[in-house]
Write a protein that binds this ligand. Structure first.
Ligand code: UD1
Ligand code: MG
Length: 495
């Protein structure tokens, strides 16, 4: 099946420098949602990928497509057709015509209608295919709306068959009362479409080439017209303004929350979770309010995510507890670990089982073996940490010399006293203890106490005594008091 995505419109109401189809829903451009559905509908073996009709912001849209194909090879099938001037939906589709395979039907989608499901589109495609040996048809996705204002109306004959689509601006008062609207999504027989598009005229209220005018042409040519409706209204909702985008975002997030709950995940509040990517969960996972998941995140069984955590591209192991306000990006957290509150795991943080990372601890590009702890105020960067290591409060791996990054190696069973700096490259041998306040610039041998510290001395001294200040309070004279009162009065009077 050919798929054409109309995306040349400007989207004036967004009041944005960005073309409308690149505005994001769930962290992904609107167009990417449509493309993902289109690509999965066509399947891996399709000869031609979806064709995007670009116009307004064409360079930005093409740049986005280039980037997407770099990250995901399936996007390489996507091509574009330029509509230099926006003369209507019919004119837009005309630009894609040379790329269409005439032996396949053509599905038309809009780049600003992001949430149409694959099931709904397959249903529509089947309808156009010709049910039970009937001829192939033109299939329209329609919707019944309480407030149909602004949409093209589906005009039916007395026998119920579709006669034409009339745009709001061209409709008679009686036609305006029709509640069945054109969603814009349709499947058309391509050979006939070629002929119809070339015959379009812009003789209407908007002076545009309406794609919707092909419906009457199809009726004239005896092509059967069938209609289907989407399961849910949000599937056919287009985005024109920021409030519509925000509303659709909430609908989408609630749908995702419901899917999670159906799969056995507990959410403290399904209205307060944001998934901008994919979130895979095991059984008995609990997610508290205000969490944001980005990219690819997995939460293994029994893990609990505290309120207001942000987790991106990370794998959280079984039974892990993430306390509130933790920020986790590109990390692996082993089973049974405790993280946060206020912890920060950065890319390359790789924690084995039962690791404890406490408040205000930052871990970057470091492997930490099982049962090790850094419970308070520490920076662990470019390090390899063994098992059962205790990293005291205020410990810092000084990994950066201003030019290059260096590695710190801390072997098993090391105890690092508070406020220690490990100036990398440096190694702390197995079982070593570093005294609090040590600035380690050379390797510490195993099983010994290494300490670098000014020698402690005690002196007899007298703590300074606070001197009493002699303050003479100025008393207000009767005169100044009168002055103050009168100036207040005059302020009031002015008001
Ligand atoms: C269109 C339909 C209307 C339908 C409504 C559903 C026509 C004539 N009307 O109206 O029946 O109820 O959508 O939302 O088809 N586009 C281009 N190039 C153009 C014009 C539009 O690529 O020259 C793209 C837009 O970017 C958008 C889509 O086509 O993705 C729809 O265009 P829009 O201007 O919103 O059409 P409507 O007037 O809303
Ligand atoms: Mg529109």
């Amino acid at each position: 099946m050919n798929i054409v995505i109309l995306a040349a419109g400007q989207g004036k109401r967004m009041k944005s420098a960005l073309p409308k189809v690149l505005q994001t829903l769930a962290g992904k451009p609107l167009l990417q949602h449509v493309l993902a559905t289109a690509l999965s509908l066509q399947g891996k073996n399709a000869k031609n990928g979806p064709i995007v009709v670009v116009g307004h912001g064409a360079t930005d849209v093409k740049d986005f497509l280039d980037l997407a194909s770099e990250q995901d090879a399936t996007y390489r099938k996507v091509s574009t057709a330029l509509q230099a001037e926006q003369k209507g939906t019919g004119h837009a589709l005309l630009q894609a015509l040379p790329k269409l395979d005439v032996n396949e039907p053509t599905l038309v989608l809009y780049g600003d209608v992001p949430l149409t499901s694959k099931q709904t589109l397959s249903k529509l495609a089947k309808l156009a295919d010709g049910v039970r040996g009937q001829d192939s048809a033109l299939a329209l996705l329609t919707q019944n709306l309480d407030k149909p204002t602004g949409y093209g109306r589906i005009v039916r004959d007395v026998d119920g068959s579709v006669k034409e689509i009339v745009e709001e601006k061209d409709a008679t008062p009686a036609q305006k009362r029709i509640q069945e609207i054109n969603t814009g999504i349709m499947v058309l027989p391509t050979q006939a479409l070629k002929k119809w598009l070339k015959a379009l005229r812009a003789s209407n209220a908007q002076g545009e080439y309406y794609l919707t005018d092909v419906i009457a042409m199809a009726v004239k040519d005896g092509v059967p017209i069938r209609t289907a409706q989407a399961d849910a209204e949000y599937e056919t909702v287009g985005v024109n303004s920021r409030d519509q985008l925000a509303a659709l975002e909430r609908v989408h997030q609630l749908n995702q929350a419901n899917l999670l709950m159906d799969a056995g995940v507990s959410l403290a509040d399904p209205a307060r979770i944001d998934i901008r990517g994919t979130l895979e969960c095991g059984t008995d996972v609990f997610i508290d309010v205000g969490c944001v998941f980005e990219g690819c995140v997995t939460l293994a069984s029994g893990s609990r995510i505290g309120p207001y955590c942000i987790i991106r591209n990370s794998a959280i192991g079984k039974g892990v507890i993430i306390h509130p306000y933790s920020h986790i990006d590109g990390a692996k957290v082993g089973a049974g670990s405790l993280i946060g509150p206020y912890a920060r795991l950065r890319p390359g943080a790789d924690l084995a089982n039962d690791v404890h990372i406490g408040n205000f601890v930052e871990v970057k590009n470091s492997k930490i073996a099982s049962n090790s702890k850094a419970n308070h105020l520490a920076y662990v960067g470019d390090s390899i940490v063994g098992s059962r290591v205790n990293i005291g409060a205020g410990t810092i791996t000084c990994n950066y010399d201003g030019v290059n990054k260096h590695q710190t190696i801390i072997e098993d069973d090391v105890f690092i006293g508070s406020d220690t700096q490990l100036v990398a490259p440096v190694r702390v041998g197995r079982g070593a203890t570093l005294g609090a306040g040590t600035t380690l610039t050379k390797d510490a041998p195993p099983n010994q106490l290494t300490v670098s510290r000014a020698k402690q001395i005690s002196l007899q001294w007298q703590r300074p005594v606070k001197q009493e200040k002699k303050v003479v309070a100025k008393k207000l004279t009767a005169k100044t008091q009168v002055k103050k009162v009168s100036s207040k009065k005059s302020v009031k009077a002015k008001k």
